[in-house]
Ligand binder design. Structure first.
Ligand SMILES: [Zn+2]
Length: 448
């Protein structure tokens, strides 16, 4: 297939914008990219798709999300407003996850997958919790992901907060899925070993997780130092700060993701760098929880691999770009902070490298021969010059979620001309409305 009449945003090492460009897709792979005239002459028999002058870009990658949180949309939290992050966890998330039953797990994933396709987010790294429907939950989400045609890595967040048996069940769910995923026949699915956060995990459970992960070729995916409460808890439990505690437990490494790292000190950053551990930044979530602004620029400058996630906010990753760009300027009172290139470094370069942890066979997040054919069409026609050099500021100030008109993953169209091809949005939303109403009732009936 030849996609012609596009402005090709390659990202990757070439990082250029090819006008009057074309991309050739064969199966799940991009095999050529360049001027449309050259490609049309070289491949006269290929089926041609006209991009109509739109941008053709690599699909967006989300480094950390929670499909299970979807039913919180529009929910009123009863009682006094939460005063701080621990209260938000207690009043909202640790009750909502307990209210989810098996079909809720499936539909909260499906509504997020619809949202991701519509917003051109083609790769998602999910972190799941559903204590009342734990066993088999990752298989259910995997089925929804397969139906959607998107690319996703899944894990279950092990925690001690609901007792020892549930911690064991969480470990078993991760181990089951890490083993099963290879036999599922869908190369777009991957797995990690999920842990909730240092503050809800005992040393004993951490040790169990590390032992259970042996031989499974996996890293861990865990929230770390999101609020100061995580540091206080870690110091109280172990006399160590969070990153040091997790490092000593055997959690860090080049396959592991530490989510947030808002409150990390210089020594913890050195450990993150030396172990090659991934960090993901979620500025919308950090602002919403009022936990602070992660020292992202310091980490990037120091050689720590920081990517960008959405923490369950909308799957419009450009909204996360914008939040990152604005938050650090306001937080530091300095408009020079968080350069557009730093946002690109996280959202494009580093997220693509993070995705390689789970899909090592071919590059993601770039349009180049040999890369995965994960593409989006973006209906953006700027009234000022657009170059590879100023593209970050076009995205930050000009791109809107609605501009995505086409989404392709592994050579297969999931949306064309804004029409979803794999998922029935209206039917999914209708069922989700029924299920979420019942989930909200269970949520209200739960004790704190
Ligand atoms: Zn999270």
């Amino acid at each position: 297939m030849l996609i012609i009449n596009g402005r090709i945003v390659t990202f990757g090492e070439a990082n250029e914008i090819v006008t009057d460009g074309a991309v050739r897709v064969e199966g799940a792979t991009i095999t050529d990219v360049g001027k449309a005239a050259r490609l049309q002459a070289a491949y006269p028999d290929d089926k041609v798709v006209d991009a109509g002058g739109q941008l053709v870009m690599p699909g967006n990658i989300c480094g950390h999300t929670h499909f299970y949180g979807a039913f919180a949309r529009g929910m009123g939290i009863p009682g006094e407003p939460a005063r701080d992050f621990p209260e938000i966890l207690g009043k909202l998330w640790w009750r909502l996850d307990r209210a989810l039953l098996a079909e809720d797990v499936e539909y909260s994933a499906l509504v997020c997958l619809v949202d991701a396709i519509k917003h051109g987010t083609t790769t998602l790294i999910d972190h799941h919790a559903s204590p009342a429907a734990l066993e088999g939950s990752l298989d259910q989400i995997a089925e929804a992901v397969s139906e959607s045609g998107l690319r996703a890595s899944l894990c279950y967040e092990v925690t001690d907060r609901n007792g020892r048996d549930e911690a064991r069940a969480g470990i078993a769910e991760n181990v089951h899925f890490l083993r099963a995923v290879r036999g599922m026949g869908n190369p777009l699915l991957a797995a990690s070993f999920g842990l909730h956060a240092s503050l809800t995990l005992s040393d004993e459970t951490l040790a169990r997780c590390v032992a259970a992960a042996q031989g499974l070729n996996t890293g861990f995916h865990i929230h770390a130092a999101e609020g100061m409460s995580d540091q206080e808890d870690s110091l109280h439990k172990s006399g160590k700060r969070v990153v040091e505690r997790l490092h000593d437990a055997g959690i860090l490494g080049p396959q592991s993701i530490l989510v947030h790292c808002v409150h990390v000190d210089a020594w913890e950053m050195e450990i993150l760098r030396d172990t090659g551990t991934w960090v993901t930044h979620q500025p919308r979530s950090n602002m919403n929880n009022a936990v602070g602004a992660a020292p992202v620029e310091t980490m990037l400058r120091g050689g720590i691999k920081v990517g960008l996630g959405n923490d369950g906010f909308s799957n419009n990753m450009w909204a996360e770009w914008k939040a990152a760009y604005l938050l650090h300027k306001l937080w530091h009172g300095d408009p020079r902070r968080m350069n557009g290139y730093d946002v690109v470094k996280m959202a494009v370069t580093n997220n693509a490298a993070l995705a390689r942890v789970f899909w090592p066979d071919a590059p993601l997040g770039e349009i180049s021969p040999g890369a995965c054919a994960d593409l989006i069409l973006v209906d953006y026609h700027p009234f000022t010059e657009l170059t590879a050099g100023n593209l970050p500021w076009h995205i930050l100030f000009g791109f809107e979620a609605s501009a995505v008109t086409g989404t392709m993953v592994a050579g297969k169209w999931l949306m064309r001309e804004r029409k979803l091809l794999t998922l029935d949005e209206a039917a999914i939303a209708a069922r989700a409305r029924e299920l979420s109403a019942a989930a909200w009732q269970r949520y209200l009936a739960l004790d704190d």
